[in-house]
Design a protein around this ligand. Sequence first.
Ligand code: HBI
Ligand code: FE
Length: 292
Amino acid sequence: MAVADTRETNRYLSARRNPDFTIDQDWASYSRAEHDRWDRLFHRSQAVLRERACDEFLAAMDTLQLSEAGIPDMMKLSDRLETITGWRVVPVVELVPDDVFFSHLANRRFPAGAFIRPESQMDYLEEPDIFHDVFGHVPLLANPVFADFMQAYGKGGQRALDLGCLKNLARLYWYTVEFGLIRAPEGLRIFGAGIMSSVTESVFALEDGSPHRVAFDLERVMRTNYIIDDFQQTYFVIDSFQSLLDDCYRDFGPIYEWIGKASDIAPDQLVDGDKVVNRGTLGYFKDKSREG
Ligand code: HBI
Ligand code: FE
């Protein structure tokens, strides 16, 4: 149903795609209702994130002039972002093929969905819309270290495709870029876009007793499965963006080699060697399973 909804309301489905799968955002075509939806999504997320998002994210809101001023024009947003870290935001219709996605990231272009979610999916949708991509992902591209990490991820993705190891690398993206937490002097803070663009998961990921929170470890994350249609059962915590970049600045080939022989780790599992920040009760998931 969710996909059907999006397909009905993603009016860019008929847009002409360039060879690199980018389209014309046609910013003038957004309706007042669509701009208003962005403003409502922005307003309620800002309220929840003020004390929960990492400082680098909050600072970028001002630097990039992201606000309740309607849906951003990606061209103007890119002109601001490019002067800071060389990144641009390019409009796409929906998920693009992996090789195209990695090629964009490797060239400091972030593909962002141009459609905005329908009223019926204000809280959650599976396909990345402009709010998830531009509000959730783009601000941290203004942070020089994270910007370097994202380009390195793109180059790593192209190599992972050649090695047939995309699954492991996708997990790295999932547990950091999408659902990562970071240590801050005041406590844990959010940096993952999947959490950032969800008001309910922003609270759950930081404050609920249910999920495990475990210190980031590259190989451990690359072995860990994830779920895509609910809150995460385990969140991984990095010490800093620099430590994440340093951890990933090595040839993944040998890692893929031994991980291929190791068993996968379930999303709700803790394993020997984990530096557990806190062991969760998994209560949220047990209740849901009772709901059946
Ligand atoms: N395409 N537009 C878009 N956005 C994504 O986040 C995306 C994608 N294509 C592939 C993809 N992500 C993932 O499968 C890779 O990160 C592995
Ligand atoms: Fe995303």
